[in-house]
Design a protein around this ligand. Sequence first.
Ligand code: PLP
Length: 452
Amino acid sequence: ARPVHPLQNKTRGSAKRYEEAKQWMPGGVTANIKYFDPYPIFMESASGAYLYDVDGNDYIDYNLCYGALMLGHGNPQILEAVQKQFEQMGTPVLGTPHELELEMAKRLVELVPGVESVRFTNSGLEATMFALRLARAWSGKKKVAKFEGHYHGGYDQVLLNVRIRERKQGMPPYVCADSMGVSEEIRKQTVVLPFNDWATTEQILNQEVCSIGAVILEPVQAGFIPPDLDFLKNLREYTHHYGIPLIFDEVKTGFRVGLSGAQGRYGVTPDLTALGKVLGGGFPVGAVGGRREMMELASPLRSGDILSGERNQEGGSTLFHSGTYNGHPMILTAGLKTIQALEEKGAYQSVEDATMRLQKEMEMILKRNGFCGQAVGVGTIFNLVFSNKPVREAQDVLDSERTLRRKLDNFLLEKGIYIKPLNRFSLSSVHGPEAIAETLTRFEAGVKQLKK
Ligand code: PLP
């Protein structure tokens, strides 16, 4: 018989709901990433740093909607601003241009170094997709170069080598699709590069330089593996030299590692930037910003509207981009409030200090209990890796003791610390000293159980 999972006694309501959910949704979930063994927990409500499940258990939330909630759950200023905006407008959405778009676009141009002009989307996925189309249209070349282990959303062109496969150090990654249904054609149009390994990256780029139309990367891999500064600078210089648009996918790092994103933190400016998550203040959002002349390719003034058939006099070629809900007023209201809160003096510093404290103390607790674990992160996101080898790329995480980590995560969930097993910890401005102290008590109880 299968051993009883640590969660099973206290989450019977979730188990029951999950059994039913499987009948109506594939695997019982609305996104593959929401599943974990033995079943995902059904949450009912949230407040500040806490989530509450359908069985009445509380959890200190370190998933924070995959990093999106930089101000925690139920921020009163966001709530009030959205309610007020709704009442003032008399509708949640106008379906026309409006002033909040202007206001948010201006803020992004002010704050993010690589952003001179902006388009909004409804998700991070749509943002990276649009950025890739822009880049290829600009360069006139077909292939996309992406990095091993980097996630840019769940669509064909980037669902390659997100999962790490074994390879010899210094050898180019073998290009592999991570999902059924991704065509062979797409695989052939993709070049996969190893993060933080400039020698191999340069070698692969040299072979493909005439056909690569875009290079995309997460400047901080998966939000927690920092880039080597030289690596990032070399990549910038190389792509600049060969006229290949460089895209920073800052969906996770944007407004997480600071108001100017990873590009501000590391002082390396891309041609195009994809944003999302924190920018929506808890609502679905995305945005692409970048060099004006590149962004202008999407201007309808060049080519008119392909759907209505209306064309301008010159009738230039079209780079189409659209979305019924792009620039949704409620979402931009929540986003503008979020940025305003993050602009307050010391806003980032206090979350980073809390994160640092949590990392250090978790490492100490692990050590005290005879485990060799390190907390690896940047700013307000980190991961726990059971190894003593430096973590420079996803392969290093793969080589760590993941079974042990998985086991710990089960105990942590049972003790009331919410993370998606094997995932990162994200903090928010409401993870104050009390929540951190309580987390450490729960964490130590989990680690003690792991020792048994
Ligand atoms: N890019 C990065 C770096 C991400 O972390 C994510 C989501 O986790 C995405 C893109 C996709 O964003 P979304 O889930 O909003 O489509």
